[in-house]
Design a protein around this ligand. Sequence first.
Ligand code: FUL
Ligand code: CA
Length: 488
Amino acid sequence: MKNIFLLFGCLFIYLFSFSQPAPKPYGALPSARQLKWHETEVYGLIHFTPTTFENKEWGYGDADPNIFNPSMFDAEKIISALKAGGLKGVILVSKHHDGFALWPTKTTNYNISQSPFRNGKGDLVKEIEQACRKLGMKFGVYCSPWDRNNPRYGTSAYVEDYRNQLKELYSNYGELFMSWHDGANGGDGYYGGQRTTKKIDRSTYYGWDTTWAITRKMQPNANIFSDVGWDVRWVGNERGFAAETSWATFTPVPVQGESKTVPGQLDDKQNPFGTRNGANWVPAECDVPLRKGWFYHPEDKDKVKSPAQLFDLYLKSVGRGAALDLGIAPNTNGLLAEEDIASLAAFGKLVNESFKKNLAENASVSSNETRGKAFSTLLMKDGNPNTYWASSDKDLTPSIEFSWKENITFDLIRLREFIPLGQRVESFEVDVFENDQWKKIAEATSIGACRILYLNTPVSAKKIRIKVNASPVCVTFSEIGFYKKADL
Ligand code: FUL
Ligand code: CA
């Protein structure tokens, strides 16, 4: 009799373990295009125009196209160096504020065909794009709306020029992963010889809704970046890091007196943090130049960020659910300086080696309760971002225990929520079992696509617990890993 009860009991538990459906999504959710973007994590932003040859940061728009003569330019060499740095994509500044187009556009004469580059037959956008395709890197463009060369700037005719420039970039260079738009507008410029200051009304002039409808139509997989979104938001500084609590959801805050937020005109105090339960999924991008400025300056030779500095920025951007967008500045030869190449390669190696071995792989994993077999604890360490563990609907503060036969030594903890179901966890801690009790070694808030915690001193333990302390709904984890930072 007892055995029959046991048998039925087991059968019931077995069947029940299959019966729980997937958790319901929570809050604003990422689009398929944003999910792809999240995988990119680290990418580059190349600035290379006549401004490089003038040794300036902002070209006035009056540089003679003849100065653009990078005689050793080699797109594949540049993109290979970025690849060695672990970058997975590249955005090319195809036109900066100086207005010089790096492709033979029909919209303005102020373009690469007027320069000695490839005897006026060149297309630098194409060369970078092709190198990216060949080396398996994603490609995107930044076309500055502010144009200090174009005499039509300030009129509606220029807005048409700008949209036509985007249409050319959207038609001739394959699929783009990002369309990057900045909000800078300093006013003064050459403007075809007018040498004047042109003020525009940021809230109406560019007509972003119309422009971005073109982006959506022609490049549906391109993530639109600007300080307000739509897909990816600026993090609010150009130093390469997000706030310690940084939500992927966001409700942009208009500047005082305005009802709507438009690029270049928002109260950006909220950008580093995002908005808990915000209106849309708009994760942050942390942009920062590898050297001191966005453009190459020979005098900044010793201001290239070291691999250790880059690793720190990586932890504070990618490790806070955002992306790291590194400014890359080719020199007047059309190549990256040796010191840039060396720093990128060492950074790439440091990240790679540090996250190569997930110590959780040979751990036993258990949780205080479970949602059933379909959401097994093993799915948190299978290396597959599409499989996940979930707690049951009633458990908003689950604990997950990892245990090993021998001590493991680690100083990096990486967690990923299953973000197709939204950003759920509000706070959690990491505990180790020591002298017969749990001891807290770290705690944090937002997780989302990725959260990395770095312990300044490595810890050795046989049992580690991830304890969720607050969540409005049941919890999902697609991956949890423990690592030891490489000593390089
Ligand atoms: C800013 C620009 O003003 C800088 O020159 C640079 O291009 C940076 C990435 O975006 O808005
Ligand atoms: Ca998984």
